[in-house]
Design a protein around this ligand. Sequence first.
Ligand code: SAM
Length: 270
Amino acid sequence: MPVSPDKNPATDPARAPAADNDVGAQATTHFGFKTVDEAEKAGLVKGVFNSVADQYDIMNDVMSAGVHRIWKNSLIDSINPRPGMHLLDVAGGTGDIAFRFMAAAPGSTVTVCDINAEMLRVGAERAAKKGYADRSEFVCGDAMKLPFGDRSMDAYTIAFGIRNVTRIEEALAEAYRVLKPGGRFHCLEFSPAVVSVLQGAYDAYSFKFIPAMGQMVAQDRDSYQYLVESIRRFPTPEKFDQMISSVGFSRTNWRSMSAGVVAIHSGTKV
Ligand SMILES: C[S@@+](CC[C@H](N)C(=O)[O-])C[C@H]1O[C@@H](n2cnc3c(N)ncnc32)[C@H](O)[C@@H]1O
């Protein structure tokens, strides 16, 4: 792995490097707390999700004690699902957002796009089991270069995906491009910090409990170490809101949930 000799701050979250504010301008980027060549990051992220694909859904329940379901339902509410709507769910992985959306909007359809074929394979199998195969398609593609036409989507979602993208601004610009005028962008993502009174407990939970559970349940400590480190590198909600505005979205807003653990961001293409 082409990593810099950064000291490893994983055991001391207070030493985590600051979140990148200018990811697109650099030839290097972060992979968790490591610095890597920008060209290498997508492959490293792919390796993480190849490794966890089959255990991904059970690990979500283990890591969040099921609370990710509440967060995802809140994301769906923010879309205001309507019958017949077509949703693009980017970094859609194993289909959790897609299935919730289709359940909420009769006659709706979803394109799930993800860079990882293994995650999509699990998602397509789940769609078949749940009776959603006719209303969903699973497409391999990069959030930074979406294989869809301009102004083709009613709504765009990305849940726990954008922090893995090498150049976040490019993914946001692509979201803007593929949305129809009036279409809305919705993002559910972890925030780098929680309310200060809980920060110590949250750090222990993130850096001790999660990697240990990753090892126990998915036999993969490193991937879950990356996942918690990547959260600390993601911009604050205030900064991310500015990034969404800066690619052209209007009426941007965000709200934090669970004491700041996650935030839901939205913006409209006018
Ligand atoms: C933590 S999972 C989230 C999956 C799903 N959205 C959910 O909430 O359960 C992150 C997903 O982002 C995908 N991903 C990472 N980088 C991506 C990129 N550049 N373009 C598209 N998908 C990407 C990964 O393959 C993985 O499936």
